[in-house]
Structures are given as structure tokens and as C-alpha cells.
Design a protein around this ligand. Structure first.
Ligand code: KG4
Ligand code: ZN
Length: 340
């Protein structure tokens, strides 16, 4: 029987304080998430200083709860994985310092994990048969990356956003049409009642890289449309604006994904990150992949948004590859995927 490697994982890169225990990178024993959304909602977005302070208040409780739910003591885990970048520096530091203290005290290996590698690895939990190589579109509040996963822990970034991340565009447009923060899930809901063809918003491309993204033009187009309606005293149909904006995002993401599938001959394609829980994006990729004879994967919604189980999955594969971080592990807010 395969030896069971149990990884205790910690994630604190943005506004969720999270801890989890994952066995062999695929089986989740616990997945505890303490969300700060309620407090940041008051300010219309994440306030970094508040995020750090809330992480400090919660981290010990969250880790203790993750071990309790997994029915394990700290002594029984094989390693401690922690997100060390990219993200908000103060927020990351709380998780990194806590993981270092636990690993030092319990004499356990410490494994620093890249946040985007975590998002990609969430797919290993929901889809036990998924193995590299595959293509993956990572769409979250902070990132939009089209990635070629060559092996566990080995990545080539094919394209990325030149300006706003996809989730950022969802959040900003949601705020502009009065839906509040976080906007992604709200646009998803409201769009179900709207007409995606009501307003023709732009599908921007980037001249020198067919895999890069740009969402700031789309966001401006929505803001201009809203201003124009106000000036001409035309009614604004919130559902139609939301659905038409969402359709523009879907079209852009899908076109880049399909281009990569054809160019690199991917037999398997996955999506990941908070925006990957969007129902229209999931449906569009599912249908297109089926047409192309490509197997499509996505994490269950709770593993799309920030969580520590995904860090435990990524941490396991890094652990198996012999990766160990030193006591000098630090938070790296702009860490690049594939760098150590
Ligand atoms: O992965 P995540 O939790 O945090 C980052 O690493 O950034 O992603 C959060 C983002 C937010 O921008 C949120 O609005 C977006 O994911 N999001 C969605 C949906 N659920 C969350 N966007 C579109 N549709 C959704 N259903
Ligand atoms: Zn994330």
C-alpha cells in the first residue's frame, strides 16, 4: 500500500485565513477557511493592513481546528506547506511566520508553495485521474495566467494579463453597477436573468502575444456605457450589463484557451482560481472541450477560491520532489510561477 504523506497547509495571501490537512496531494482530511469578506465589504475591497491584523487574530485557531478535524496531532503530520507568494506582503508574512514556528517546534520539513501552483493543484483533489501534462487557465482576483503544466511543479507561463486580472474586472464592474464586493459571484447570479448579447462590449487582444489578456479596456467600455446612459437618461438594465460584460470575459478566456489547446495539442485542459467557479465560464469550456475531444477539468467551487487544501496538494508534490525551505523562507509578494 502507498505510504500516506500528510501535509498540514497554511494559506494567508489575501483575505482568507486558511489551514488544511491533505493526504498524498489528493485526499482532504480537513479544509478550514476563515473569511474576512464581511469586514472588507465595508470598504468595497480588501484593505491590506486590516487583512494582516485579522490573519494574526485567526491563524492559531484555524490551524488548531484543521488538525482537530483531521483527527491528527502536529507530531503526526509529515510536513508543513505554506503560501509564500505572490500576495499581500503583510498577509503572507503571518502565514509564513506561523508555519516556520510550527515546523521548527515540531521538527517537521517546511515547504514554501507558490499561490498559483496551489490554485492549479486544486484540480488534483477534485479530479483524482488528472496528471500532467495539461493546459491550465488560472483566473482569480489577482491573476490571469495561461499555463502549460509540464510535470508536477514544472510550469511554463504562456500568457498573462497586461493590466487587470479577470476577477478584478468582475469586482470593478460589479461595483459600478451597484452589486458590491466581491462582485464575481454577484455578476454570475445576476447574469442568469440578463441578455449576454444586449450590449456589444470589446474583446481585446494583445498584439505581440496571442495568449496574453487585457481587461482594462473592457472595464472602461462598461464604465463609458454607464456614463452614456446617465447622460442620455437611458435606463440601465443591470442584468443585461452584467451578462454582456460576462460574455465578453468568457469569449476572451475561451479564445486564448482554445488557441493553446490547438497549438500545444493538450489532451487535458483545466481551469482554476476564484473566477473558475463562474458558471458561464465553466459551461463554455466544458462545451468547447467536448467539441475538441479534450478532457475538461475544474475544481469544485470551494476549492476554486482561496483555500489551504490546494496548498496542501501542491505542497505534497513539492515534498515528493525533495523541495525543502529553510528557516530564512520569506514572503515574496511578486513571486513568479516556476521560480524558487
Ligand atoms: O482565487 P481567489 O479567491 O483570490 C485570488 O487569488 O485572487 O479569487 C477571488 C476572485 C474575486 O475577484 C471574485 O470576485 C472572483 O474570484 N469570483 C468570481 C466568482 N466567484 C469568485 N468571479 C466570477 N464568477 C464567480 N462565480
Ligand atoms: Zn487565489
Amino acid at each position: 500500500m502507498e505510504k500516506e504523506i500528510k501535509i498540514l497547509a497554511i494559506e494567508s495571501s489575501c483575505d482568507e485565513t486558511a489551514a488544511a490537512v491533505v493526504v498524498n496531494g489528493r485526499r482532504v482530511l480537513s479544509n478550514v477557511i476563515s473569511s474576512q469578506i464581511a469586514i472588507h465589504t465595508l470598504y468595497g475591497g480588501v484593505v491590506p493592513e486590516i487583512a494582516s491584523r485579522k490573519h494574526i487574530e485567526k491563524i492559531d485557531q484555524v490551524v488548531t481546528e484543521a488538525l482537530k478535524q483531521a483527527n491528527l496531532t502536529l507530531d503526526e503530520v509529515d510536513g508543513i506547506a505554506v503560501t509564500y507568494g505572490p500576495g499581500l506582503v503583510g498577509a503572507l508574512l503571518v502565514g509564513v511566520a506561523h508555519a516556520k514556528a510550527l515546523a521548527f517546534a515540531a521538527k517537521k520539513p517546511l515547504i514554501g508553495v507558490h499561490h498559483i501552483e496551489g490554485h492549479i493543484s486544486a484540480n488534483y483533489i477534485t479530479n483524482p485521474d488528472l496528471k500532467p501534462p495539461f493546459g491550465c487557465l488560472v483566473v482569480s482576483g489577482g491573476h490571469t495566467h495561461l499555463v502549460r503544466v509540464m510535470d508536477y511543479g514544472k510550469y511554463e507561463v504562456l500568457g498573462r494579463t497586461r493590466d487587470d486580472a479577470a476577477g478584478e474586472a468582475f469586482d470593478k464592474v460589479a461595483r459600478a453597477i451597484g452589486l458590491g464586493y466581491p462582485g464575481g459571484p454577484k455578476i454570475d447570479q445576476v447574469s442568469k436573468k440578463g441578455n449576454p448579447c444586449a450590449i456589444e462590449f470589446p474583446r481585446s487582444s494583445v498584439a505581440d502575444n496571442p495568449y496574453d489578456f487585457s481587461f482594462s479596456g473592457l472595464k472602461s467600455a462598461v464604465l463609458n456605457y454607464l456614463n452614456m446612459c446617465e447622460m442620455k437618461q437611458l435606463p440601465i438594465v443591470q442584468e443585461d450589463v452584467a451578462a454582456s460584460f460576462q460574455q465578453a470575459v468568457v469569449d476572451v478566456l475561451l479564445s486564448r484557451g482554445v488557441h493553446a489547446i490547438k497549438e500545444f495539442g493538450f489532451k487535458d485542459f483545466a481551469i482554476a482560481g476564484g473566477v473558475a467557479s463562474n458558471s458561464a465560464i465553466r459551461k463554455a469550456f466544458e462545451e468547447e472541450c467536448e467539441k475538441l475531444g479534450v478532457k475538461f477539468y475544474r475544481p469544485e467551487p470551494i476549492l476554486c477560491t482561496d483555500n489551504a487544501a490546494m496548498i496542501g496538494a501542491a505542497g505534497y508534490f513539492e515534498y515528493m520532489a525533495g523541495v525543502r525551505s529553510g528557516w530564512d523562507l520569506n514572503a515574496v509578494p511578486n513571486l513568479k510561477l516556476g521560480e524558487r
